[in-house]
Design a protein around this ligand. Sequence first.
Ligand code: NDP
Length: 252
Amino acid sequence: AAEPVAGRCALITGASSGIGQATAERLAELGCRLVVAARRKDRLDALATRLANDFGAKVHCVALDVTDVDAVMSLPSALPAEFADVSILVNNAGGALGTAKCTENNMDDVATMLDANVKGVVACTRAFSPGMVERGCGHVVNISSIAGVEWYGGGSVYCATKAAINAFTYASRKDLHDTPCKITSVSPGFVNTEFATVRFKGDKGKADNVYAGMKYGGPLLAEDIADNIVYALTRPGRVQVCDMLVYPTCQA
Ligand code: NDP
């Protein structure tokens, strides 16, 4: 039987597009109060308006760069009272930048990926997990990637960041096992979002090419990953889904 999430407060990072936005939509539909965070606040505002209209959802928007540790650490106490009881944290913000080999890595891109994909997740977990433990209800969901377990050339740093997130999730589960706070890592394969456009630094042609000719329904959609997140969140209290690998049917 599924446990309802209605009435819980969920913080989703990177909710301005793709998987984060789809997750916000699903959780709003299921009756969560939401804190949505990303750097592009205009997109969050538009999302909040839509979710209020469609589902009567209460949504608080935060312009946040997850690499800004001070901003992340001060966020719990800066939230309005109505959103102060965050019990679901979806660490989704991040992505890949560039396709360089290890001999040619651009160190600015390397820093961007390490900061967002690893430091951001660690910081958000540090900021919000104590409140979850204290209030006796919590779930951290880290969006990793199949790149964390299947490594490819031209993606050494991205793969390393997602492998790091898997290790962080598994080790944090040990830290949290004697609390009611769960932690899950969700590792998608190809998902058709803005991810590829960011990876190819705005080159839409190259980005679209990633998904060209994919059979059996093509790449995953962001809502497919949102569904898997909801599955993990709605298991009974005794059940902790630690790791989910989700591939498009056509992906090798
Ligand atoms: P998108 O590019 O569509 O979304 C990425 C989101 O992350 C945006 O909302 C962006 O918002 C946000 N973001 C990036 N950097 C920061 C930052 N420093 N601070 C705050 N927010 C940030 O891609 P996806 O939805 O696909 O990506 C979401 C997650 O899924 C990522 O962690 C990615 O690695 C992972 N993933 C994606 C796969 C795919 O094929 N699409 C496969 C496997 C994993 P803004 O720019 O407004 O800040």
